[in-house]
Design a protein around this ligand. Sequence first.
Ligand SMILES: [Zn+2]
Ligand SMILES: [Zn+2]
Length: 600
Amino acid sequence: MSGSWIRPKESTFRTGLKLFNTLTQSKEEFFTSSGDRRVYWYMCGPTVYCDTHMGHARTYITSDVIRRILTDYFGYQVTLCMNITDIDDKIINTSAKLSIPWDEFARNWEEKFFEDMEKVNVRRPDILTRVSEYVPEIITYVDKIIQNNYAYVSNGSVYFDTEFFKKTHNYIKLEPSAQDDVEAMQVAEGNTDVNSTEKKRIQDFALWKKSKAGEPFWQSPYGEGRPGWHIECSVMSSDVLPCPIDIHSGGIDLRFPHHDNEIAQCEAYFECQQWVNYFLHTGHLHIHGRKMSRSLKNFITIKEILKEYTSRQLRMFFLLHKWDGTINYSETSLQESIGKEKQFKEFLMNTTAALRNLSLKTPQKPNEEDRILLRSLENCRVKIHEALCDNLSTDRAIDELSILVNKSNIYLQGHPRYLVLSNIRGYVLKTLEMFGLEYSEDNKTSDFDPLMDILSGYREKVRSAAREKNFAEIFKVSDLIRDADLPKLGIILEDVGKEGSRWKKGNPDEIAIEIERKNKEEEKKRVQEEEKKKKQEEMRLEKEAKMKIKAEEMFRDDPKYSQWDEKGIPTHYADGKPVSKSEGKKLIKLWEKQKALNSN
Ligand SMILES: [Zn+2]
Ligand SMILES: [Zn+2]
């Protein structure tokens, strides 16, 4: 008989991670059985017959955090298999009372379970196994255990022979003190199996249960019946994962007899001494210091809790506690997580805003403040790594991250440098998201951003103009936002009458071309207008000059003529001939016109 844990061989992929292993009751360095990054993990899933409650939240959010750290921080390649218990006394009894087919009833609650898990950001397992889909495999598995002499058929049921198993194996590895906990054994076997006369010993547990009248049943070599509770996990994990598996997890309540019996079944099936290398049990959740139970009426469903707290606040609550410790839930115990979550959320919002106004084009040579903060970042990374290696101490990791954020907030009030700030921000965001606290959506750039820049800039200008009671300036910036800023975003703002305005959307490039053409046309018009004005001015000047010549003098210097009368009107041409009658009339008309100009 081998009672001790077999330490897995040192793997080539080694991270320094230590996990609290229920099998040894101590922290053990984590080595994969593959030797490389691959991790095979089986997690006991829910029995689907009621609303998901805080106990489920504790187990599944905490497991999700562990899984995310393993994959997203340490770089393990995890294959997680989770089962759904959809054949169970509670499902059969409750669905019968409601006159709903048990399978429909179970599927309905399973759907609700995954809806709730999505709300609290729990990633789906890689493989999902439902008991109802595994009955033939369960029968084959039970058969093999019988063949290996670790089980016996009795009155249509099959029982595990604990006494025979103990001869070559260590039974009850996880909770040895429960060896004589007959009550726990009977509760696990279900009230219908109190009749112990068909079992050799009270400790023996059912692998296959003979069906009672009216219960759902499957045909088997032992008669009509259904699987016992523990066998499903052994069968389904053996079907999709190798032996040994690296990690088996579940809530601490499942430690005995469920997990101890799973181990016994698998060791009996594989004829091996160690089916699971690391058994992880997520801790209890107590409500106001007491165990959560229906009888105490302190049952809180996930739906209820999400009406009062956000999914991120809830996750922060679990992150601030050790994954394997007991958590006491109360309104006051949640206050700390609300504060912490707010601190990180606001830091990310503030740094997003600050970075918008900073640029990489400015000098980036770190000064003393930059250097101090960069050293804090370095220090924080080292400490978080140590905390996570030490049994995934998320509480310590969050504390370290919080210290870094406090220092960065002070730095932010000085003269932050773009690269330093974006580095710190990137690290904080990445770490929070690694824990499953997602903020990228909140802070991602959107189509609104350039509009917000314009709007806040416009508001500033209007406020400053209003302060100076400069109404012309307010009109000017209002025209500017219409003519220059908004068209860049493809927004055409039109004034409709004196009171209203209307906005339309268009293609920014097309609008830009249109504006360019309009500008060119306006320029052309302006040039034409200018030329016209210039011409008019020239004419005016000419006229003015003309006005200055006296009518009596206007023909005097013309070499065409040789004699003039007393008014200065020509009478003879240069060759001595008198001016013709018609020309004489014309000359008089011109003379009179000039005379009139002279008198103006
Ligand atoms: Zn299980
Ligand atoms: Zn407890």
